[in-house]
Design a binder for this molecule. Structure first.
Ligand code: ARG
Length: 364
């Protein structure tokens, strides 16, 4: 397709799908002004949003440097998604100090003392391309680097556990029954080759090579290898103490960062991720809440989605992205903002949002 046809096609997407941020911010003159090599690079970044016009973001970075090299296209999309106006400087601060924060969900209501809580951060090694641009050899080589770090973690009594790989022929390989069991228990990620957004971006390429997960002995600290980012490092607990959850993640993250190559970061965006939605803290913190009244028995997410949006939260089904609510009204709620907010601000939003949604649920 020629340059003018591409520009026209994206203009068409912008009209038909106003929510597609790639199309919304695509500037034909900027594209025309790039040399051919850079036009190809930018098209690869935007391909997922061109082939999937219903995309919300519609772009994935292929290399950490893309955020600087193509800031003319990417920065307006990032500002739009994260709600940062053009006149405000983008800045990412970090704060993991849970002292003094409201952490105890049971203080909202005793019925919230045993909630499924999870928090993850996305990290990428600066020594490899991002997953969309990795070769099969690089995916497996990165998994070997990660597995060596996990071997050290396993020796540490605070972690223990095991590394489970789905790379055919890996010394850590698990069988498909074990993989399915880990997916069903929400520990392991789903078959990425079924995701059309990731496919077009190349992120699910060479599936299942280079993919696996570390899980601690207590199954409360986990690390995904080779999903949308090189690493998704997470803590997962049933309970009501968000502070304990965040501390578990933070300590594990510090230990791991000593054992791995340096993570990719940007002076502007903080932690660099494949998807521009995850830049910054790279954090997604969520609760699985049973809200049968607010969701009409899990059949209708519109009311809870509206209420959550006003609180800066996003709602999805408990089965992950693009899933529906359970019949018991079980939904996953998480603060939407990742960039320009600290880890503690994310926790505070989750806590305050949970309290507000719970009040609506109890009201009926
Ligand atoms: N690429 C998809 C879109 O643009 C998903 C974006 C957010 N989700 C994610 N897993 N990164 O709509």
């Amino acid at each position: 397709m020629g340059v003018e046809q591409i520009i026209e096609k994206i203009a068409g997407i912008r009209k038909a799908h106003p929510g597609n941020l790639m199309a919304r911010h695509f500037d034909g003159d900027y594209f025309r002004g790039l040399d051919e090599a850079d036009q190809q690079r930018l098209l690869r970044i935007c391909a997922t949003g061109i082939e999937n016009p219903d995309s919300a973001m519609g772009a994935y970075a292929m290399n950490p440097g893309d955020y600087d090299d193509f800031s003319t296209q990417l920065e307006p999309m990032i500002r739009d998604f994260h709600g940062i106006p053009a006149r405000v400087k983008i800045a990412q601060q970090h704060d993991w100090n849970v002292e003094g924060a409201s952490c105890d969900l049971a203080a909202i209501d005793a019925r919230l003392k045993d909630v499924s809580m999870r928090v993850r951060v996305a990290r990428n090694a600066s020594t490899f391309p991002l997953p969309g641009a990795m070769s099969k050899e690089q995916r497996v080589a990165f998994e070997d680097v990660a597995a060596a770090a996990f071997a050290k973690l396993i020796e540490d009594d605070a972690y223990g556990g095991q590394y489970l790989s789905i790379t055919p022929g890996s010394p850590h390989e698990i069988d498909s029954a074990e993989y399915e069991r880990r997916v069903a228990s929400h520990q392991m990620f789903k078959d990425m080759s079924a995701d059309r957004y990731l496919n077009v971006a190349g992120i699910s390429g060479d599936w299942p090579y280079g993919r696996g997960m570390y899980v601690s002995a207590d199954e409360d600290f986990l690390v995904w290898v080779g999903e949308e980012d090189h690493l998704r490092i997470m803590a997962m607990m049933n309970g009501g103490n968000l502070g304990a959850l965040f501390n578990r993640l933070h300590k594990g993250l510090e230990v791991l960062s000593q054992l791995l190559p340096p993570f990719a970061t940007s002076l502007v965006y903080g932690n660099v991720t494949s998807c521009p939605t995850n830049l910054g803290a790279g954090m997604r913190a969520s609760l699985h809440m049973k809200l049968p009244n607010l969701t009409k028995g899990g059949t209708d997410l519109s009311r809870v989605t509206d209420a959550a949006k006003k609180l800066g939260l996003a709602v999805r089904g408990a089965g992950g992205e693009h899933s529906d609510a359970g019949s018991d009204g079980l939904v996953d709620v998480s603060p939407s903002a990742r960039l320009g907010v600290t880890e503690m601000q994310i926790m505070q939003r989750l806590y305050d949002g949970a309290a507000a949604l719970w009040a609506l649920e109890v009201e009926g």
